[in-house]
Design a protein around this ligand. Structure first.
Ligand code: UDP
Length: 373
């Protein structure tokens, strides 16, 4: 089969590789001048530091097959994501853990005491939290919510936490011990030569060709047997049902001679600080040595027509438009929608790869069984 893929991020790269291994010919069009989508990494021209151009990406998973898959294409270096948050003139440890609780409330609680203390603050009248705010009030109570989540989330999402789904906060654990690893997953690490090199490895197959700087047009599809599309779902349908909301990010780069903040990610919980966080990229590659440092102040705002979409917003009240697009996608012939933008979901890299592997297998099975895909 001759197959068209739109976008050269993880989703299409993984589907392409699986289909190429099975003998199919894959043409990928990518509108940007580089592969790897928002995972793209490159060396900073001034400092030589490997930069996560579109914001930090830390690989973490519990999925053994996905972990083995990425390790086939890159050496992974051990990396533990430890995030700090500056609030009210102090630096705290995230995700909320025993150190955060003791420091924030000026206490020396042990785990059981901290659990009881936080439970006493939590709003127990909320049974099934629907929104981000309800989830926070139920699990950490008003004080921690207001310090660490309310302002940050308003900056990050541009709306009230009461309008956002609870699932966003469910990404973050609360721990009653001193474990400050941001993630629970068994496997965590950073590709030694960056994500772009990793995805380059996935795409390195004689049956795969990639055209950069090439915007997708629906007319391209007619000469192919099937299309996998990882661009924005609403864009594919010409925004016929309206525009799905995305957030985009602006990065303000600055250079520092030495170590600027001593860690990779410093969040700023307060609304009055205009940026959400500062990332210092050399700390994402702790096995490398660099004298100079490059940092990004990260600002979030509504995504305009010509901006790069980052986060699908999925407002609680916006489900109707999305479900119309999902219906259109399900009935569209000859095309499969994949990935964060193609399915309008907030996906981590490991989930993206898992879904791409499953999508490729389903497609190959359907071909073998000669059923419609
Ligand atoms: N969040 C917050 N304060 C923080 C970190 C996160 O309020 O210091 C909220 C915010 O709404 C964010 C969500 O928790 O979107 C999930 O955080 P995560 O770190 O998973 O977000 P990511 O940066 O990976 O998108």
């Amino acid at each position: 089969m001759n197959i068209l893929m739109v976008g050269a991020g993880f989703s299409c790269a993984v589907v392409a590789r699986e289909l190429a291994n099975a003998g199919h010919k894959i043409s990928i069009v990518e509108q940007r001048p580089h592969i790897a989508g928002n995972c793209h990494t490159e060396r900073d021209g001034e400092t030589g530091v490997m930069v996560h151009v579109y914001g930090p990406h830390i690989f973490h998973t519990d999925d053994v097959e996905v972990w083995e898959y990425v390790n086939r294409f890159s050496t992974f270096k051990p990396y533990v994501n430890r995030v700090k948050s500056t609030v009210g003139g102090s630096v705290f440890s995230l995700p909320i853990n025993l150190h955060t609780i003791n420091q924030f409330f000026g206490k020396t609680l042990r785990p059981d005491e901290a659990k009881a203390f936080i439970q006493a603050q939590a709003d127990t009248s909320i049974e099934n939290p629907r929104t981000f705010e309800e989830q926070a009030l139920k699990f950490v109570g008003a004080d921690l919510y207001e310090a660490f989540f309310k302002g940050y989330t308003k900056k990050q999402w541009g709306c009230e936490p009461s309008e956002l789904p609870a699932s966003i906060l469910k990404r973050l654990p609360v721990r009653f011990n001193y474990n400050d690893n941001y993630f629970f997953h068994r496997f965590q690490g950073m590709p030694e030569h960056g994500y772009t090199a990793l995805i380059e490895g996935i795409l390195d197959h004689e049956n795969i060709s990639v055209r950069l700087n090439t915007a997708f047009e629906r007319g391209m599809m007619s000469t192919f047997d099937h299309t996998f599309y990882s661009g924005p779902l609403d864009g594919y349908f010409g925004y016929s049902e309206g525009r799905l909301g995305y957030r985009t990010l602006d990065f303000e780069r600055f250079i520092y001679d030495g170590d600027y903040q001593g860690c990779a990610v410093m969040n700023y919980g307060e609304e009055r600080v205009p940026y959400t966080r500062i990332t210092e990229h050399k700390h994402f590659s702790p096995w490398e040595e660099h004298e100079g440092s490059v940092c990004y102040r990260e600002y979030s705002r509504a995504c305009g027509v010509d901006d790069i979409p980052y986060y699908p917003i999925r407002l609680v009240e916006e489900k109707a438009m999305l479900s119309r697009y999902v219906e259109l996608a399900e009935s569209a012939e000859g095309v499969t929608f994949v990935g964060r933008l193609g399915t309008y979901r907030y996906l981590d890299m490991d989930v993206t790869i898992r879904e791409a592997l499953d999508t490729a297998r389903d497609y190959l099975r359907a071909l073998r069984e000669n059923t419609r895909v």
